[in-house]
Design a protein around this ligand. Sequence first.
Ligand code: HPA
Length: 278
Amino acid sequence: MTISRGDYERAVSVIRGQTPFEPRVGLVLGSGLGGLADTLSERVVIPYCDIPGWPQSTVEGHSGQLVFGYLEGKPVVAQQGRAHFYEGYSMQQVTFPVRVMHLLGVQTLILTNAAGGVNKDYHTGDLMLLSDHINLPGMAGNNPLSGPNDPTFGVRFVGMVQTYDRALRKLARDVAERVGVPLHQGVYACVSGPNFETPAEIRMLRAIGADAVGMSTVHEVLVARHAGMRVMAYSGITNECFDSPDIDMETNHEEVLDAGKLIVPRLTAILRGVLTAL
Ligand code: HPA
């Protein structure tokens, strides 16, 4: 089923019925990383279930509400939890919130996710700023921009070279250095999930240039760039990826959520610095 502009506008008018807040920055907070939204001032909270068309997340670690408020004096809207393709939503449904944020006036979208560390130098608790991505579901035909193009949002063929805003990346790295939080910069590989990767898949991802792997973000980035939003994204490295089947280890969602607790304070320090400078 194609989602049309009227569907996004209905969601916007329900939100507008609850708050006149005009956010300029959108935050998407991934698995175990939602805590940042609790620190916004003058908060207005709208549960996703109150917004028509908004996909509900069924995953533990995603609380499912939209939070408006100020972060370092800047008007922001934060998605506390997101829906994923592997939950059975279409790519258009998964990215529904991005177009709603765009229509609410968001010009800069900051996305976060939990990711596995593919790069051997990455460790649990590290942060990676995305410089680029590899969209495996997209390359296999699952792309939110497939289907008829709505030119009121953007062009048919979106350029992807200037995806992760260079000025914002420089700002993030300067802030990270100033606040003393180590920040990698690398390539995020998007997979569909919900299973974690096999060791052979991890070796393949490493060989094609991925530094981190996760199940989100990239589809939202495509829709945001289609609409001309500036984009910045971070992976919290929640687990090591195992590249051999001959070890007594397994990847699991609990370690992903546990590592989130380690990552939130570091991410918060960087994002506060970035928001101050925006
Ligand atoms: N693989 C894919 N997605 C993830 C991982 C992982 O290892 N960790 C957190 N999200």
